[in-house]
Design a protein around this ligand. Structure first.
Ligand code: F7E
Length: 350
């Protein structure tokens, strides 16, 4: 069996774990990478780079998508399975308020370009393609139901989420209109050591690791507090590795469908911070309100966390908690990192 996978966003957290996962299953893997003027952003895939077929391309450029897909079809005449995972995105919610047009070009129109390219292939090839779209819990936004499941209406609160809602419905539209095998995975927040440094979990973990090695906070005057935004929002956090398995399972079914992947537990950002500090023996006490609130090391009274409104968003998603019963029952999906504690331990790299 000649199994091929194409991954957009292969250098990111999810793309790199997915590539590792599919290599173990003997897929031949192609990945689309964007050119960067200063660095090769291949940190996450450095260890497997030689086993991958990387091609320059961009979700904003139809011709590059068409040329990679054509090359794959021409060079793999015997292909029996061709899975396309659309994981590429401008994925930072706060930044999407600053670059909304670019976010839309990548996260919404980019999906259209990819789907349309598939739609225009010969029927024989098209029937071998299975398409995965990275949908997101951000689409639920100001939630209209608790917990959120596949049938919960969307109420997006950012340019990022609006673009993802567009892509989500487009996948459904192409599935129904053109009979494509196309699925959307509505993934709740998923984290790991490979998470980008400006997402909340990684930002907290990086800080905690940086002070872990200090002998005494009392005598160190150089400690700069961690600056945070809204610490009262709640998220349903899981481990990225578990979510990769779920994506793949969606494409192995007899029929295409959409599935929620979530842990079903929600935690405030504040508690994520509290737990992470406790892991290195620091108990925080919180004093003050709003932007004046501070987190102190209970023992030494050192200020370790401050609020900075620079990290607030024009609209916030206050509460996310997912119901993934459909994925658990139909796909047999079962996360291995089944508690927040295990996720934090892994991110701290113990
Ligand atoms: O924020 C609050 C922030 O940026 C989580 C993306 O992968 O998951 C991610 O989106 C919460 C928000 O993730 C800071 O306001 C407080 O309420 O880690 P985040 P996100 O916005 O939930 C979904 C599923 C995706 O699809 C997205 O692509 O934490 N928060 N203080 C902060 N957030 C950040 N980044 N930095 C702070 O200082």
């Amino acid at each position: 069996m000649n199994k091929i996978a194409l991954i957009t966003g292969i250098t990111g957290q999810d793309g790199s774990y997915l590539a590792e996962f599919l290599l173990k299953k003997n897929y031949k893997i192609y990945g689309i990478v964007r050119r960067n003027s200063t660095v090769f952003n291949y940190k996450n895939i450095d260890h497997i780079k030689n086993e991958l077929n990387l091609r320059y391309g961009d979700l904003t450029e139809s011709s590059s998508l068409f040329s990679v897909i054509s090359e794959i079809i021409n060079d793999n005449k015997e292909l029996s399975v061709f899975e396309i995972y659309n994981l590429g995105a401008q994925s930072h919610v706060k930044i999407s308020f600053e670059i909304p047009e670019y976010t839309t070009n990548v996260d919404a129109t980019g999906t259209l370009k990819l789907l349309d390219c598939i739609k225009n292939l010969s029927e024989n090839i098209r029937n071998k393609i299975r398409f995965y779209q990275a949908s997101t819990s951000e689409m639920y936004g100001a939630v209209l139901e608790v917990p959120q499941k596949e049938t919960t209406p969307f109420n997006p609160q950012s340019p990022y989420a609006c673009a993802k809602v567009y892509s989500h419905f487009l996948v459904k539209n192409y599935r129904e209109g053109y009979n494509l095998f196309a699925c959307s995975g509505i993934l709740f927040n998923h984290e790991s050591q490979r998470r980008g440094d400006n997402f909340v979990t990684k930002k907290v973990i990086n800080y905690v690791k940086s002070i872990k090695n200090k002998d005494s906070l009392e005598i160190d005057n150089n400690i700069k507090p961690l600056k945070m935004g809204n610490i009262n929002s709640k998220r349903d956090w899981g481990h990225a590795k578990d979510y990769i398995n779920g994506m793949w399972l969606m494409l192995q079914q007899d029929n295409p469908d959409d599935y929620v992947l979530a842990m079903g537990q929600t935690t405030t950002v504040r508690d994520f911070i509290n737990i992470s500090f406790l892991k290195i023996g620091i108990k925080l006490k919180w004093e003050g309100e709003g932007v004046d609130e501070k987190g102190y090391d209970e023992k030494t009274n050192t200020v370790l966390v401050e609020i900075n409104k620079k990290y607030f968003r024009p609209c916030e998603v206050e509460l996310l908690i997912g119901d993934s019963s459909k994925a658990r029952n139909k796909l047999g999906w079962k996360p291995e990192y089944d508690t927040l504690d295990k996720l934090i331990d892994d991110m701290l790299d113990y």
